[in-house]
Design a protein around this ligand. Structure first.
Ligand code: B1M
Length: 213
């Protein structure tokens, strides 16, 4: 079995310590951080997601897999970051109110930092007022919202409305993403940009900041 498959298998079983060791071994063997992330960690999380959907695994198993995923990504973080990039702008990011999923949001944050963006992490369960207040107080050019539940997606529309109400809509871009989010939804709520994955979110945010500068 390849080391990437081993990472995936052990992540599915929630073997945090082994995942950490295997990720380090893969790094030492010269496998690219992107391959380790996509073909090892994310591929394992996909399997867990499918099983969760079919009720073959339950919340505790998903939580230990998520913990193993976070351990693995923590090792990759410095390697995915591009130290040569100067600060290109500031964004605030969070998972919307009612939603506790943060693995994707953390990946977006990591990729954005890798592009030289300063990222204010608001965590999970973030209400619309907090995004807007933070953007105002910390001079963020972009508000980034993540949602994994169809029931919490509408909060993103409330963030757009809250920014309008606070009079900052013209100077703050609003980016959205997460598994159930689509381009059509982005247009429907009047957000500025939907991106399907963390890498394209980071590219789009850096481009917005360069545009604004
Ligand atoms: Co939850 N969960 N979960 N869960 N969970 C899903 C999302 C679900 C699809 C599983 C399923 O049924 N198949 C389902 C949602 C169904 C729906 O709404 N349509 C679901 C459910 C129902 C629930 C609960 C309600 C279950 C329950 O309690 N009965 C509950 C809700 C809790 C809450 O939030 N209030 C719940 C709980 C949990 C755990 C706590 C156990 C755990 C979260 C742990 C954590 O995040 N710390 C969990 C997990 C892990 C999942 C699955 C298995 C994996 C999610 C994940 O982390 N994927 C998920 C099934 C699945 O997605 N296949 C599922 C990996 C991650 C890298 O992908 O977050 O999509 P993702 O991020 C991607 C892109 O979407 C994008 O970039 C990332 C990759 O490049 N992206 C952005 C994300 N944010 C972005 C923002 C951007 C741009 C791109 O711009 C700003």
């Amino acid at each position: 079995m390849s080391i990437l498959n081993e990472i995936s298998e052990n992540l599915q079983r929630g073997k945090t310590k082994i995942v950490k060791e295997l990720v380090q071994q893969a790094i030492d063997e010269g496998i690219s951080p992107k391959e380790i992330l996509e073909q090892g960690l994310l591929s394992g999380m996909d399997v867990v997601g499918e099983k969760f959907k079919k009720n073959e695994v339950f919340v505790p198993e998903v939580l230990v897999a998520a913990r193993a995923m976070n351990m693995g990504t923590a090792l990759l973080k410095p390697l995915l970051a591009d130290d040569s990039a100067a600060s290109v702008g500031r964004v605030c990011i969070g998972t919307v109110k009612g939603d506790l999923h943060d693995i994707g949001k953390n990946l977006v944050k990591m990729m954005m930092e890798g592009k030289g963006l300063e990222v204010v992490d608001l965590g999970t369960d973030v209400d619309p007022e907090t995004y807007v207040k933070t953007a105002l107080e910390q001079n963020c050019q972009i508000i980034c919202c993540s949602a994994l539940l169809t029931t919490t997606m509408p909060v993103m529309g409330q963030v757009v409305k809250e920014a309008e109400k606070a009079g900052i809509r013209h100077k703050v871009k609003i980016m959205i993403g997460g598994a159930p989010v689509t381009e059509a939804f982005c247009q429907e709520i009047g957000a500025d940009k939907y991106t399907p994955d963390a890498a394209s979110a980071a590219d789009a945010a850096a481009a917005f900041c360069r545009e604004i500068a």
